[in-house]
Design a binder for this molecule. Structure first.
Ligand code: HEM
Length: 133
């Protein structure tokens, strides 16, 4: 197993995690029973475990660590926020309005993680708008 192979697994899991979250968000908005299927609850855990495991392997193999490299700190903290917001959006949110806002916030957070991954810049949203950091 080489670094590139692990990176491919990581990127594939990232794409699966994001797409599957979108689908579940769509089902939540439509109040569909499809959201309650057993496999729909299990698959995201498998994908997210693989995503995080591949991330950890790359962290150790490349010697770039969160809380040392700002872009990795940003990814880790944003991942925690994404998971929390995702849980509110799909499960814990008491009203549909709360769940919908949490869904939007989770999707924005996911987009931020991808932008940070591609640019390795934690402040990328500010840089895009020309605000220097
Ligand atoms: C939803 C969560 C995540 C998404 C969507 C995501 C996405 C990505 C993507 C798209 C790449 C490829 C970037 C490129 O083309 O070079 C990447 C690489 C990487 N990610 Fe993640 N990632 C996530 C979580 C994490 C976490 C939590 C960590 C560790 C703290 C992490 C560590 C890494 C590392 C070390 C690389 C390899 C960089 C390199 O050597 O080129 N990722 N990630």
């Amino acid at each position: 197993m080489n670094y590139l192979f692990i990176k491919h697994i990581h990127i594939t899991c990232a794409a699966l995690s994001g797409s599957f979250f979108l689908l579940r968000g769509f089902w939540m908005l439509r109040e569909s029973d499809l959201l309650q299927q057993r496999w729909v609850k299990v698959v995201p855990h498998v994908v997210d475990t693989l995503l995080l495991t591949s991330a950890l392997i790359m962290v150790f193999w490349s010697g770039q660590y969160p809380f040392v490299q700002p872009w990795l700190t940003a990814k880790l903290l944003a991942l925690i926020a994404y998971i929390g917001l995702g849980t509110i959006a799909l499960k814990r949110g008491k009203t549909k309005a709360v769940r919908s806002w949490a869904l939007l916030a989770a999707m924005t957070t996911f987009a931020y993680i991808v932008a940070v991954a591609l640019t390795r810049q934690a402040m990328i949203p500010f840089q895009l708008f020309g605000i220097g950091f």
